[in-house]
Structure formats: C-alpha cells, structure tokens
Design a protein around this ligand. Structure first.
Ligand SMILES: NC(=O)CC[C@H](N)C(=O)O
Length: 311
C-alpha cells in the first residue's frame, strides 16, 4: 500500500460505483447510474481509448433518459480527454470531467468533494450548452482551455483565459462563456471518425536534433506539433530539415512550449512560404488532438490553419 501522502499512490484501484458510494448525499443530487468503461491510469490513454470514450459518451447523450454525463478521470491527461470530447460529441447536455489530486487514502482527499461538485454542476440546468466542463477544486473550467499546471497542489488546474465559473454552495455560478465552437456547432463528430491520424509533439530546448522530427515522420506522422520557445520559434539550424519534411508532406504546427498565449502566423517566420500552420493559443497536447481532427478532413495547410483559428 501507499502512505497517506499525495505523491505516492496507486491509480485505478477504485471502481466508479465505489467512488460514488464514498460521497455522502450524492444520490440526492441526481438519479445516477455508474458505468466502468476503463479502469486505468490516465497516462495509459491512447487514441483508441479516446475514441471509445467519446463514442460511448455521445451514445449516452443521445438517450432520452440521460440528462448529463460525468466522467471520472485521472488528472494527468484529463485536459486532453476534455478537449477531445468538447470538439467531437455533438450535444448540448452537460459533460463534466472530474478527478482527484490526492489519493483516497490521504488525510484530506479531494476526490469525494470534486465528484460531488461535478455531479451538482452536471445536474444543473444552467450547465447545458457550455461545452465540456471540468470541475476541480470548486472551479468550473472549459475543456477548451483547461490545463494541469501543477504536479501536486489541489489547485492544479487553470485556464489561460480564466475559469468559466465557480461551484458556490453546491451550485454553479457562471462568469463567462467560451466563444469558440463546440458540441453540435463543431464540424467534428465522433460518429464519423474511425481513427485519428498520427501526430507527434516535439518540445523545444537548446541543442535540438532534427532526427527526432524525422523519427515521427518515419512512423507515419502526418503532422508534427513543434512546441517552440515563446511565440513558437524555430531555431535557424532546424529550418532547412523542417522545410524538407514539409516537402515530404509532413505538416508542421508551430505552438508554444509555454502552454499559453497565441502563436502568431507570419511573425518572424514566413509560414505562408513554408506551408506551416500556427496553433493559435492551444497548448502542445491539445494542438496534437486538433491537428489530428483537422487531418481527418484532409491535409491542406490552409484548411488546417482555418481549423486552428476557429476552435
Ligand atoms: N492525481 C491523479 O489523478 C494522477 C493519477 C494518475 N496518474 C492518472 O492521471 O490517472
């Protein structure tokens, strides 16, 4: 077993049913039905898991007797799942993700309160039509913007443009809305996506090697997300090898390793001439997913760029 600290833990040991049973008063908030799709550490998520989860959530949302869906999820990759569902599940019904930063064995475990708040938000009529939500630590975040920004603290999640709202006295209180399309307004629909094209991320640091990009290309990646410095910079010594990759049909998506703020097309780098795409404000893991979704519609850089500026 693991101790009562929060750094050492064993993940994926408690079933959804037992998680629910551990939250006093949960049944009074909504009529709940539990389903165990996977029981895994979220680090083990692959695109197959993402597709399977999105299909199942979409099917549940089509059921008349389902008003909302709550997904309990490991926090490590929760932002990727939230964004994927946000863009591919065509529904107005609330879909709320939640998790825990501390194991259930910790003195002040956060999982039960987070789950209770997630169910309260999901059950509330005002939560409809806002896209996929993540409820953690009394904050309500959008699946478009939220990211895990701390390895341990309870307030590990933050949105670069701010949270959508708070859970106050057990009910959602809203302060803003996401402007970009999601749900039924998104052009991506999980029931028309069979597989995701391979996209890799390469994170910048000093003393880079071009071969790492070639490896992704050799694996069949159709695009590579370049998590560049600051505004998505590409070192001079990588420009020729990356232009060569483009000539071989591999799309480069410039984003920022800072994880926040827009990468501006044509700023210091001639993206038009190079046939590259900028990620706007998406962080590297979410840029990977958006690039893969865009590529299900074709590989034209202009079309992929339009997707990045739209979502
Ligand atoms: N705090 C957590 O949720 C981490 C648990 C685990 N590593 C996961 O993401 O699934």
């Amino acid at each position: 077993g693991v101790g009562a600290g929060s750094a050492a833990y064993q993940s994926a040991v408690v079933t959804a049913q037992d998680l629910m049973a551990g939250v006093p008063g949960l049944g009074a908030l909504a009529q709940l039905q539990a389903e165990q799709l996977f029981q895994i550490d979220s680090a083990d998520f692959t695109d197959q898991h993402l597709l399977q989860l999105a299909r199942r959530v979409a099917a549940l949302c089509r059921q008349d007797d389902v008003d909302a869906v709550v997904v309990t999820h490991g926090t490590d990759t929760m932002e990727e799942t939230a964004y994927f569902l946000h863009l591919t599940v065509p529904t107005d019904k609330p879909i709320v993700l939640t998790g825990a930063m501390r194991p259930g064995t910790a003195l002040a475990a956060d999982g039960p309160a987070n789950l209770r708040q997630a169910v309260a938000v999901a059950a509330h009529a005002s939560s409809a039509g806002r896209g996929v939500l993540m409820v953690m630590n009394e904050e309500i975040h959008s699946g478009r913007d939220v990211a895990k920004v701390h390895s341990l603290r309870l307030d590990a999640f933050a949105s670069q443009h701010g949270a959508l709202g708070l859970v106050v006295e057990g009910a959602p209180r809203w302060y803003r809305r996401v402007e970009r399309p999601h749900g039924a307004a998104s052009e991506f629909d999980i029931d028309r996506i069979d597989a995701l094209p391979l996209v890799g991320v390469v994170t910048s640091h000093g003393n880079m090697r071009a071969e790492i990009y070639d490896s992704w290309a050799a694996l069949g990646a159709r695009a590579i997300v370049h998590a560049g410095f600051g505004g998505g910079t590409v070192p001079e010594y990588l420009k020729a090898p990356l232009a060569e990759l483009r000539a071989r049909g591999v799309l480069l998506v410039r984003c920022s390793r800072t994880g926040a703020g827009p990468v501006v097309r044509g700023a210091s780098i001639d993206d038009d001439a190079l046939g590259w795409v900028v990620s706007d404000d998406q962080n590297p893991p979410r840029a990977r997913l958006l690039a893969a979704l865009a590529l299900t519609r074709g590989g034209d850089p202009t079309a992929v760029q339009r997707v990045f500026l739209r979502y």
